[in-house]
Design a protein around this ligand. Sequence first.
Ligand code: SF4
Length: 478
Amino acid sequence: MNPSSETFDQNALAALADKQLRGALRNATSLFGQRRLAAARSLDNWEDLRSQARRIKDEVLLRLDEYLLAFVSKAESRGAEIHWARDAAEANKIICALTVERGAKSIVKSKSMTTEETHLNKALEKAGMQVVETDLGEYIIQLADETPSHIIAPAIHKTKKQIAELFTAELGMPPTDDVGQLTSTARTTLRQFFANSDVGISGVNFGVAETGTIMIVENEGNIRLTTSLPRMHIAVMGIEKIVPRFEDLDVFLKLLPRSGTGQRLTTYQSLITGVKQSPTEEGPEQLHIVLLDNGRSRMLAHPVTRQSLACIRCGACLNACPVYQQIGGHAYGSVYPGPIGAVITPQLMGLKKTAQLPYASSLCGACREVCPVKIDIPRLLLHLRSEVTERSGDHVPKKTVERLAFKVWAQVMRRPKLYELSARVGRLMQRLVVKNKRIGKVGVPPLSGWTNYRDLRPIESQSFREQWRKGLIGNREQ
Ligand code: SF4
């Protein structure tokens, strides 16, 4: 069973105890991080691009209604059919009805976080369809009956050995740890589904208001096949994915792959404008674009939460986050993990079941540093924490000890003499736990919650004030 957001603390503890998981995460996130840095440095206007991207997103979000209508009008003029979905259930209902009407039995899907958000696969399977994920990572996850643990690398938590064992068990391939053989087996299996499927379902990276074009980026070519081989293509798009002009894609195409995988460009960029206009052209006969709200209008209405909608789902904040690096995506118990997940999930699902997520951060700011659209995630987390505190009801975990500790600390901080005295007492007490100039594991809660997984620096033998008074630092004569 997949963990839920309600049990985040327990999920995180279980993940911390899984050495294999932590090893796989450490390797993958540090590799992505290094590549991102190198790719960003390859451009001398990286910071300008980030600012430009944010300006475009802000422009769209302030006039989203106008840009959406412009997009719809252009897309319809090229033969696309538009469907508006208020929530996940409505989106799934629309898509199931379209596939039933088409007489579909088999559906190929390309990776789409939006359809993960609506739990579309379950709805389609309930309607009697066979649904096959065609992105390799998603396919692995589907075979393992798991949920993705990263926005752009769904199987990031799996080792090569685990994938090989899965392929042997599920696809009957002889045991091997040869990556070429593993991918070739997946490719051969998936090709049959592409050839025989009636409907292809994809997500959307960007929708261009000026032309009605949808853009989808990828590395494996599976999206090309999903959107062009079956006769019907259904694209599911969050309403925030709009950009005003075609030329704006240039900015996001520089930022998205570099931030996500450290690539200068993804291998494929599919630009789809309506249906094929003649029998000799490539592409589907029918294109349906489902525009999903599912809580986005609520986020749009508030000036603080609005910026969550600027996210282009690159995954960089996950790779940079010291919490995600340790526990991975499943612990968050939601489709969107990591820092952006801790912000989006409570807004999509409500705080009742997700009150622990805004606290799943050390507020170090690493996510803000790497975000290509400059989303101030720490500020959003603090905003949500204050909402949790304000709404504090039975469903919100009461951290009585923590609250008391902060109240005492606030009193001490207001009284300089008391502050100095407490530092002196702390210095004496820490002798019991300091080893090799570090405070290691302290077995007593609540300190054990901190020290089980990180070392603390001990209090210095002389405080800044004491050194200042003795004239050891600064120059008191000036
Ligand atoms: S919040 Fe920023 S860094 Fe995180 S996934 Fe979204 S765009 Fe990428």
